[in-house]
Design a protein around this ligand. Structure first.
Ligand SMILES: Cc1cc2nc3c(=O)[nH]c(=O)nc-3n(C[C@H](O)[C@H](O)[C@H](O)COP(=O)(O)OP(=O)(O)OC[C@H]3O[C@@H](n4cnc5c(N)ncnc54)[C@H](O)[C@@H]3O)c2cc1C
Length: 403
Protein backbone atom coordinates (compact mmCIF):
# COMPACT_ATOMS: atom_id res chain seq x y z
CA UNK A 1 0.00 0.00 0.00
CA UNK A 2 1.07 3.56 -0.41
CA UNK A 3 0.91 5.90 2.50
CA UNK A 4 2.17 6.57 5.95
CA UNK A 5 1.38 4.65 9.08
CA UNK A 6 1.97 6.37 12.40
CA UNK A 7 2.25 4.14 15.45
CA UNK A 8 1.08 5.96 18.60
CA UNK A 9 -1.40 8.84 18.61
CA UNK A 10 -0.27 11.19 21.32
CA UNK A 11 1.59 14.51 21.19
CA UNK A 12 4.26 13.39 18.72
CA UNK A 13 2.19 11.07 16.50
CA UNK A 14 -0.67 13.52 16.08
CA UNK A 15 1.82 16.34 15.45
CA UNK A 16 3.44 14.20 12.73
CA UNK A 17 0.09 13.61 11.01
CA UNK A 18 -0.74 17.32 11.16
CA UNK A 19 2.72 18.38 9.95
CA UNK A 20 2.52 15.97 6.99
CA UNK A 21 -0.76 17.50 5.84
CA UNK A 22 0.59 21.04 6.36
CA UNK A 23 3.61 20.08 4.26
CA UNK A 24 1.25 19.02 1.48
CA UNK A 25 1.45 15.24 1.84
CA UNK A 26 -1.50 13.93 -0.16
CA UNK A 27 -1.48 10.15 0.27
CA UNK A 28 -3.12 8.08 2.99
CA UNK A 29 -2.20 8.62 6.65
CA UNK A 30 -3.28 6.08 9.27
CA UNK A 31 -2.75 6.65 12.97
CA UNK A 32 -3.00 3.56 15.19
CA UNK A 33 -2.86 3.73 18.95
CA UNK A 34 -3.54 1.64 21.99
CA UNK A 35 -5.51 4.13 24.04
CA UNK A 36 -9.25 4.19 23.37
CA UNK A 37 -10.03 7.84 24.01
CA UNK A 38 -9.52 10.77 21.65
CA UNK A 39 -5.78 11.68 21.79
CA UNK A 40 -5.30 14.14 24.63
CA UNK A 41 -2.87 16.47 26.34
CA UNK A 42 -0.79 14.61 28.92
CA UNK A 43 0.79 17.50 30.91
CA UNK A 44 -2.53 18.51 32.56
CA UNK A 45 -2.77 15.04 34.16
CA UNK A 46 -0.43 16.22 36.94
CA UNK A 47 -1.77 19.79 36.94
CA UNK A 48 -5.40 20.91 36.41
CA UNK A 49 -6.40 17.28 35.89
CA UNK A 50 -5.60 16.68 39.54
CA UNK A 51 -6.88 19.97 40.93
CA UNK A 52 -10.21 20.14 39.10
CA UNK A 53 -12.87 17.76 40.33
CA UNK A 54 -14.72 17.74 37.03
CA UNK A 55 -11.67 17.46 34.79
CA UNK A 56 -12.45 15.41 31.68
CA UNK A 57 -9.84 15.27 28.91
CA UNK A 58 -8.25 18.03 26.91
CA UNK A 59 -8.21 16.62 23.36
CA UNK A 60 -5.13 17.45 21.30
CA UNK A 61 -7.43 18.08 18.34
CA UNK A 62 -11.20 17.92 17.96
CA UNK A 63 -12.55 14.70 16.48
CA UNK A 64 -13.41 16.58 13.27
CA UNK A 65 -9.70 17.35 12.70
CA UNK A 66 -8.95 13.75 11.80
CA UNK A 67 -11.85 13.46 9.33
CA UNK A 68 -11.28 16.87 7.75
CA UNK A 69 -7.62 16.07 7.16
CA UNK A 70 -8.13 12.53 5.93
CA UNK A 71 -6.31 11.01 8.89
CA UNK A 72 -7.54 7.50 9.61
CA UNK A 73 -7.42 7.38 13.42
CA UNK A 74 -7.64 3.85 14.83
CA UNK A 75 -7.86 3.93 18.64
CA UNK A 76 -7.82 0.82 20.79
CA UNK A 77 -5.27 -1.00 18.62
CA UNK A 78 -2.27 -2.53 20.37
CA UNK A 79 0.50 -3.24 17.89
CA UNK A 80 2.36 -6.41 18.81
CA UNK A 81 4.90 -6.83 16.04
CA UNK A 82 6.70 -5.07 13.21
CA UNK A 83 7.59 -6.92 10.00
CA UNK A 84 10.13 -4.77 8.19
CA UNK A 85 10.72 -7.16 5.28
CA UNK A 86 7.04 -7.10 4.28
CA UNK A 87 6.40 -3.60 5.63
CA UNK A 88 3.49 -4.06 7.98
CA UNK A 89 2.75 -3.95 11.68
CA UNK A 90 0.38 -6.44 13.23
CA UNK A 91 -2.00 -5.87 16.12
CA UNK A 92 -2.50 -8.15 19.11
CA UNK A 93 -5.72 -9.42 17.49
CA UNK A 94 -3.92 -10.28 14.25
CA UNK A 95 -4.90 -7.36 12.00
CA UNK A 96 -2.16 -6.22 9.62
CA UNK A 97 -1.53 -2.55 8.98
CA UNK A 98 0.75 -2.13 5.93
CA UNK A 99 2.91 0.91 5.33
CA UNK A 100 5.11 2.50 2.75
CA UNK A 101 6.68 4.72 5.41
CA UNK A 102 6.30 4.08 9.13
CA UNK A 103 6.61 6.73 11.83
CA UNK A 104 7.05 5.23 15.28
CA UNK A 105 5.67 7.56 17.96
CA UNK A 106 4.89 5.09 20.70
CA UNK A 107 6.27 7.13 23.59
CA UNK A 108 7.23 5.87 26.98
CA UNK A 109 5.73 4.43 30.13
CA UNK A 110 6.46 4.98 33.81
CA UNK A 111 9.40 3.10 35.24
CA UNK A 112 7.92 0.65 37.75
CA UNK A 113 9.26 -0.17 41.17
CA UNK A 114 10.83 -3.65 41.11
CA UNK A 115 8.39 -6.32 42.28
CA UNK A 116 10.76 -7.14 45.14
CA UNK A 117 10.17 -3.59 46.42
CA UNK A 118 6.43 -3.38 45.72
CA UNK A 119 5.24 -7.01 45.61
CA UNK A 120 1.57 -6.06 46.10
CA UNK A 121 1.76 -3.44 43.32
CA UNK A 122 0.16 -0.84 45.52
CA UNK A 123 2.04 2.19 44.19
CA UNK A 124 0.14 4.43 41.77
CA UNK A 125 1.69 5.72 38.54
CA UNK A 126 0.60 8.58 36.33
CA UNK A 127 0.90 8.48 32.55
CA UNK A 128 -2.58 8.02 31.10
CA UNK A 129 -6.04 9.38 31.62
CA UNK A 130 -6.96 6.04 33.16
CA UNK A 131 -4.13 6.41 35.68
CA UNK A 132 -5.45 9.86 36.60
CA UNK A 133 -8.92 8.52 37.33
CA UNK A 134 -7.53 5.88 39.71
CA UNK A 135 -5.17 8.31 41.40
CA UNK A 136 -7.89 10.89 41.98
CA UNK A 137 -10.32 8.37 43.39
CA UNK A 138 -7.73 7.32 45.94
CA UNK A 139 -6.65 10.88 46.68
CA UNK A 140 -10.21 11.98 47.41
CA UNK A 141 -10.22 9.88 50.58
CA UNK A 142 -6.58 10.26 51.56
CA UNK A 143 -5.14 12.49 54.26
CA UNK A 144 -1.54 11.70 53.47
CA UNK A 145 0.50 10.73 50.43
CA UNK A 146 4.06 9.55 49.88
CA UNK A 147 5.56 10.35 46.51
CA UNK A 148 8.59 8.38 45.43
CA UNK A 149 10.67 10.52 43.08
CA UNK A 150 11.41 14.24 43.22
CA UNK A 151 11.35 14.92 39.47
CA UNK A 152 8.95 17.28 37.74
CA UNK A 153 5.92 15.00 37.85
CA UNK A 154 6.50 13.91 41.45
CA UNK A 155 6.83 17.49 42.62
CA UNK A 156 3.77 18.60 40.64
CA UNK A 157 1.67 15.90 42.30
CA UNK A 158 3.15 16.73 45.71
CA UNK A 159 2.44 20.47 45.35
CA UNK A 160 -1.19 19.79 44.49
CA UNK A 161 -1.54 17.30 47.35
CA UNK A 162 -0.28 19.95 49.79
CA UNK A 163 -2.69 22.47 48.29
CA UNK A 164 -5.52 19.98 48.86
CA UNK A 165 -4.55 19.69 52.50
CA UNK A 166 -2.83 16.30 52.40
CA UNK A 167 0.30 15.61 54.37
CA UNK A 168 2.72 15.02 51.49
CA UNK A 169 6.22 13.56 51.60
CA UNK A 170 8.56 13.42 48.63
CA UNK A 171 11.16 10.67 48.84
CA UNK A 172 14.13 11.30 46.57
CA UNK A 173 17.20 9.12 46.15
CA UNK A 174 19.30 12.07 44.95
CA UNK A 175 20.34 15.16 46.84
CA UNK A 176 17.83 17.62 45.43
CA UNK A 177 14.58 18.03 43.52
CA UNK A 178 14.31 17.99 39.72
CA UNK A 179 17.97 17.21 39.24
CA UNK A 180 17.62 16.33 35.58
CA UNK A 181 15.58 19.31 34.48
CA UNK A 182 16.41 22.49 36.41
CA UNK A 183 19.55 24.11 37.80
CA UNK A 184 20.42 23.86 41.48
CA UNK A 185 19.49 27.49 42.12
CA UNK A 186 15.96 27.00 40.80
CA UNK A 187 15.57 23.66 42.58
CA UNK A 188 16.57 25.21 45.90
CA UNK A 189 14.21 28.14 45.47
CA UNK A 190 11.32 25.86 44.59
CA UNK A 191 12.09 23.49 47.48
CA UNK A 192 12.02 26.39 49.96
CA UNK A 193 8.65 27.52 48.63
CA UNK A 194 7.15 24.01 48.83
CA UNK A 195 8.55 23.36 52.29
CA UNK A 196 7.12 26.67 53.47
CA UNK A 197 3.71 25.38 52.28
CA UNK A 198 4.13 22.20 54.29
CA UNK A 199 5.79 19.70 51.96
CA UNK A 200 8.00 17.14 53.70
CA UNK A 201 11.04 15.71 51.96
CA UNK A 202 13.59 12.94 52.37
CA UNK A 203 16.74 13.18 50.27
CA UNK A 204 19.30 10.45 49.70
CA UNK A 205 16.55 8.01 50.58
CA UNK A 206 16.17 4.78 48.66
CA UNK A 207 12.85 2.95 49.00
CA UNK A 208 13.42 -0.68 49.90
CA UNK A 209 9.83 -1.73 50.42
CA UNK A 210 6.23 -0.69 49.93
CA UNK A 211 3.44 -2.69 51.50
CA UNK A 212 -0.10 -2.45 52.79
CA UNK A 213 -0.78 -2.95 56.46
CA UNK A 214 -4.41 -4.05 56.28
CA UNK A 215 -4.93 -4.23 60.01
CA UNK A 216 -3.93 -0.66 60.51
CA UNK A 217 -5.30 0.51 57.16
CA UNK A 218 -2.12 2.23 56.02
CA UNK A 219 0.51 1.90 53.30
CA UNK A 220 4.01 1.59 54.70
CA UNK A 221 7.10 2.78 52.84
CA UNK A 222 10.43 1.53 54.13
CA UNK A 223 13.60 3.49 53.41
CA UNK A 224 17.15 2.18 53.16
CA UNK A 225 18.14 3.80 56.45
CA UNK A 226 15.40 1.79 58.19
CA UNK A 227 12.89 4.61 58.55
CA UNK A 228 9.28 3.78 57.77
CA UNK A 229 6.68 6.24 56.54
CA UNK A 230 3.02 5.44 57.09
CA UNK A 231 0.72 6.95 54.53
CA UNK A 232 -2.73 6.63 53.00
CA UNK A 233 -1.35 6.21 49.51
CA UNK A 234 1.88 5.88 47.52
CA UNK A 235 2.71 7.30 44.11
CA UNK A 236 5.88 6.40 42.25
CA UNK A 237 7.17 8.95 39.74
CA UNK A 238 10.64 7.61 39.08
CA UNK A 239 11.08 8.36 35.41
CA UNK A 240 9.98 6.69 32.23
CA UNK A 241 11.14 3.86 30.05
CA UNK A 242 10.92 4.35 26.27
CA UNK A 243 8.71 1.97 24.31
CA UNK A 244 11.48 0.60 22.13
CA UNK A 245 11.00 -3.17 22.44
CA UNK A 246 8.89 -3.49 19.29
CA UNK A 247 11.63 -1.69 17.31
CA UNK A 248 14.37 -3.70 18.99
CA UNK A 249 12.66 -7.01 18.26
CA UNK A 250 12.39 -5.95 14.62
CA UNK A 251 16.14 -5.40 14.51
CA UNK A 252 16.23 -1.60 14.52
CA UNK A 253 19.16 0.07 16.26
CA UNK A 254 18.06 0.84 19.82
CA UNK A 255 19.96 2.13 22.82
CA UNK A 256 17.80 3.77 25.47
CA UNK A 257 15.35 4.79 22.73
CA UNK A 258 15.10 4.13 19.00
CA UNK A 259 18.27 5.55 17.48
CA UNK A 260 17.65 8.15 14.78
CA UNK A 261 19.55 10.46 12.48
CA UNK A 262 19.25 14.26 12.94
CA UNK A 263 16.24 13.99 10.61
CA UNK A 264 14.53 11.25 12.56
CA UNK A 265 15.40 8.32 10.30
CA UNK A 266 15.98 5.02 12.08
CA UNK A 267 18.40 2.34 10.86
CA UNK A 268 15.66 1.31 8.39
CA UNK A 269 15.23 3.78 5.48
CA UNK A 270 11.42 3.37 5.57
CA UNK A 271 11.03 4.01 9.29
CA UNK A 272 11.22 7.24 11.26
CA UNK A 273 10.76 7.70 15.01
CA UNK A 274 9.67 10.80 16.96
CA UNK A 275 9.01 11.82 20.55
CA UNK A 276 9.69 10.07 23.84
CA UNK A 277 10.45 6.69 22.20
CA UNK A 278 13.28 8.07 20.06
CA UNK A 279 16.86 9.19 20.62
CA UNK A 280 18.04 11.54 17.86
CA UNK A 281 21.67 12.13 17.04
CA UNK A 282 22.68 15.67 18.00
CA UNK A 283 25.68 16.68 15.85
CA UNK A 284 26.67 19.45 18.29
CA UNK A 285 26.67 17.21 21.35
CA UNK A 286 27.98 14.29 19.26
CA UNK A 287 25.63 11.84 20.89
CA UNK A 288 22.03 10.63 20.75
CA UNK A 289 19.59 12.55 22.90
CA UNK A 290 16.16 11.37 24.05
CA UNK A 291 13.70 14.01 25.19
CA UNK A 292 10.72 13.51 27.45
CA UNK A 293 8.65 16.57 26.72
CA UNK A 294 5.93 17.81 24.42
CA UNK A 295 7.71 20.55 22.45
CA UNK A 296 10.75 18.53 21.32
CA UNK A 297 8.51 15.73 20.00
CA UNK A 298 6.41 18.25 18.09
CA UNK A 299 9.55 19.85 16.65
CA UNK A 300 10.76 16.41 15.57
CA UNK A 301 7.39 15.69 13.93
CA UNK A 302 7.82 18.77 11.74
CA UNK A 303 11.36 17.75 10.77
CA UNK A 304 10.22 14.25 9.80
CA UNK A 305 7.31 15.66 7.76
CA UNK A 306 9.77 17.90 5.91
CA UNK A 307 12.15 14.99 5.33
CA UNK A 308 9.36 12.77 3.95
CA UNK A 309 7.81 15.41 1.70
CA UNK A 310 11.09 16.99 0.65
CA UNK A 311 9.90 20.42 1.79
CA UNK A 312 11.92 23.03 3.62
CA UNK A 313 13.28 22.01 7.03
CA UNK A 314 11.90 24.02 9.96
CA UNK A 315 14.48 26.11 11.83
CA UNK A 316 16.21 24.21 14.61
CA UNK A 317 14.64 24.87 17.98
CA UNK A 318 16.02 24.40 21.45
CA UNK A 319 14.24 22.04 23.82
CA UNK A 320 11.72 23.90 25.98
CA UNK A 321 9.92 22.58 29.05
CA UNK A 322 7.48 23.83 31.60
CA UNK A 323 6.11 22.76 34.95
CA UNK A 324 3.23 24.05 37.08
CA UNK A 325 3.56 23.25 40.75
CA UNK A 326 0.54 24.75 42.49
CA UNK A 327 1.37 28.50 42.58
CA UNK A 328 4.79 28.08 40.98
CA UNK A 329 5.19 28.08 37.22
CA UNK A 330 8.59 27.08 35.88
CA UNK A 331 9.66 27.43 32.24
CA UNK A 332 13.02 26.41 30.94
CA UNK A 333 14.87 26.42 27.63
CA UNK A 334 18.37 25.56 26.53
CA UNK A 335 21.04 23.66 28.36
CA UNK A 336 20.28 24.32 32.05
CA UNK A 337 23.21 22.19 33.16
CA UNK A 338 25.69 23.73 30.76
CA UNK A 339 26.31 27.11 32.39
CA UNK A 340 29.45 28.27 34.16
CA UNK A 341 27.78 31.41 35.53
CA UNK A 342 24.23 32.43 36.41
CA UNK A 343 22.54 35.80 36.73
CA UNK A 344 19.10 36.57 38.12
CA UNK A 345 16.79 38.95 36.32
CA UNK A 346 13.80 40.17 38.32
CA UNK A 347 10.42 40.36 36.62
CA UNK A 348 7.80 43.00 37.46
CA UNK A 349 5.48 40.75 39.51
CA UNK A 350 6.54 39.87 43.04
CA UNK A 351 8.24 36.50 43.35
CA UNK A 352 8.76 36.40 39.59
CA UNK A 353 12.23 36.18 38.06
CA UNK A 354 14.42 34.44 35.52
CA UNK A 355 17.75 32.75 35.95
CA UNK A 356 20.04 33.23 32.97
CA UNK A 357 22.75 30.62 32.45
CA UNK A 358 25.93 31.67 30.63
CA UNK A 359 28.77 29.62 29.29
CA UNK A 360 31.94 31.25 28.03
CA UNK A 361 30.13 34.59 28.05
CA UNK A 362 27.11 33.44 26.01
CA UNK A 363 23.54 32.82 27.09
CA UNK A 364 22.93 29.04 27.02
CA UNK A 365 19.81 28.60 29.18
CA UNK A 366 16.84 30.48 30.56
CA UNK A 367 14.73 29.33 33.49
CA UNK A 368 11.80 31.45 34.59
CA UNK A 369 9.68 31.40 37.73
CA UNK A 370 6.19 32.88 37.25
CA UNK A 371 7.52 35.14 34.51
CA UNK A 372 6.01 33.91 31.22
CA UNK A 373 6.40 37.20 29.36
CA UNK A 374 10.00 37.58 30.39
CA UNK A 375 10.64 33.97 29.40
CA UNK A 376 8.97 34.53 26.04
CA UNK A 377 11.39 37.35 25.31
CA UNK A 378 14.52 35.76 26.77
CA UNK A 379 14.45 32.28 25.35
CA UNK A 380 14.70 33.67 21.84
CA UNK A 381 17.98 35.33 22.84
CA UNK A 382 19.80 32.12 23.73
CA UNK A 383 23.19 32.14 22.06
CA UNK A 384 23.68 35.90 22.55
CA UNK A 385 26.86 37.39 23.96
CA UNK A 386 26.54 38.46 27.60
CA UNK A 387 27.49 42.11 27.06
CA UNK A 388 25.27 42.47 24.01
CA UNK A 389 22.42 40.93 26.01
CA UNK A 390 22.97 43.38 28.87
CA UNK A 391 22.76 46.25 26.40
CA UNK A 392 19.68 44.81 24.66
CA UNK A 393 17.88 44.34 27.97
CA UNK A 394 19.24 47.57 29.46
CA UNK A 395 20.47 45.82 32.60
CA UNK A 396 23.77 45.30 34.31
CA UNK A 397 24.58 41.72 35.18
CA UNK A 398 26.25 41.33 38.55
CA UNK A 399 29.92 40.43 38.55
CA UNK A 400 30.55 36.81 37.58
CA UNK A 401 29.37 34.41 40.21
CA UNK A 402 30.90 31.10 39.27
CA UNK A 403 29.40 27.90 40.57
C1 LIG B 1 1.74 13.47 34.26
C2 LIG B 1 2.61 14.00 33.17
C3 LIG B 1 2.91 15.36 33.12
C4 LIG B 1 3.73 15.87 32.13
N1 LIG B 1 3.98 17.21 32.09
C5 LIG B 1 4.70 17.73 31.06
C6 LIG B 1 4.90 19.14 30.96
O1 LIG B 1 4.46 19.92 31.79
N2 LIG B 1 5.59 19.61 29.89
C7 LIG B 1 6.09 18.78 28.93
O2 LIG B 1 6.72 19.25 27.98
N3 LIG B 1 5.93 17.43 29.02
C8 LIG B 1 5.24 16.90 30.06
N4 LIG B 1 5.06 15.54 30.14
C9 LIG B 1 5.72 14.66 29.16
C10 LIG B 1 4.89 14.57 27.89
O3 LIG B 1 3.58 14.23 28.19
C11 LIG B 1 5.52 13.54 26.97
O4 LIG B 1 6.81 14.01 26.61
C12 LIG B 1 4.68 13.34 25.72
O5 LIG B 1 3.44 12.78 26.05
C13 LIG B 1 5.41 12.47 24.71
O6 LIG B 1 4.58 12.28 23.63
P1 LIG B 1 4.74 11.06 22.65
O7 LIG B 1 3.67 11.23 21.62
O8 LIG B 1 6.15 10.99 22.17
O9 LIG B 1 4.51 9.75 23.53
P2 LIG B 1 3.32 9.32 24.51
O10 LIG B 1 2.59 10.51 25.00
O11 LIG B 1 3.91 8.39 25.49
O12 LIG B 1 2.33 8.54 23.56
C14 LIG B 1 2.61 7.31 22.97
C15 LIG B 1 1.32 6.65 22.55
O13 LIG B 1 1.61 5.46 21.84
C16 LIG B 1 0.78 4.42 22.28
N5 LIG B 1 1.48 3.14 22.08
C17 LIG B 1 2.65 2.73 22.63
N6 LIG B 1 2.97 1.48 22.24
C18 LIG B 1 1.98 1.10 21.41
C19 LIG B 1 1.73 -0.10 20.68
N7 LIG B 1 2.58 -1.13 20.72
N8 LIG B 1 0.60 -0.16 19.94
C20 LIG B 1 -0.26 0.88 19.88
N9 LIG B 1 -0.07 2.02 20.54
C21 LIG B 1 1.03 2.14 21.30
C22 LIG B 1 0.57 4.72 23.75
O14 LIG B 1 -0.59 4.09 24.24
C23 LIG B 1 0.46 6.24 23.74
O15 LIG B 1 -0.85 6.67 23.55
C24 LIG B 1 4.25 15.00 31.15
C25 LIG B 1 3.96 13.63 31.19
C26 LIG B 1 3.15 13.13 32.19
C27 LIG B 1 2.84 11.67 32.22
Amino acid sequence: MSGILILGASHSGVAAAAALRTAGYGDAIALVTQEVVLPYHRPPLSKEGLTKDEYALTPLRPESFYKTNGIDLRPGVLIADLNRAEKYVISADGTRYPYETLIVACGAEPRRLPSAVDPGRIAHYLRTHNDLVGLKERMANAKSIAIIGGGLIGVEIAAIAVQKGLQATVIEAGVRLMERTVSKSIANYVLDRHEASGLKTRFGAVVTGVHRDDQRGVDVVTLSGGETIETDMVVAAIGVVPHDTLAKNAGLAVDGGILCSPEGLTSDPSIYAVGDCSAWYDPELERHVRNEAVNPGQDQAKIVAAAITGTEMPPKKLPRYWSHQAAIQIQMAGNVHGSDMEAVLKAPASGAFSVLGFRDGHLVAVQAINAPQQFGKLHGLIGMDRDALATALDVEFPPSHHH
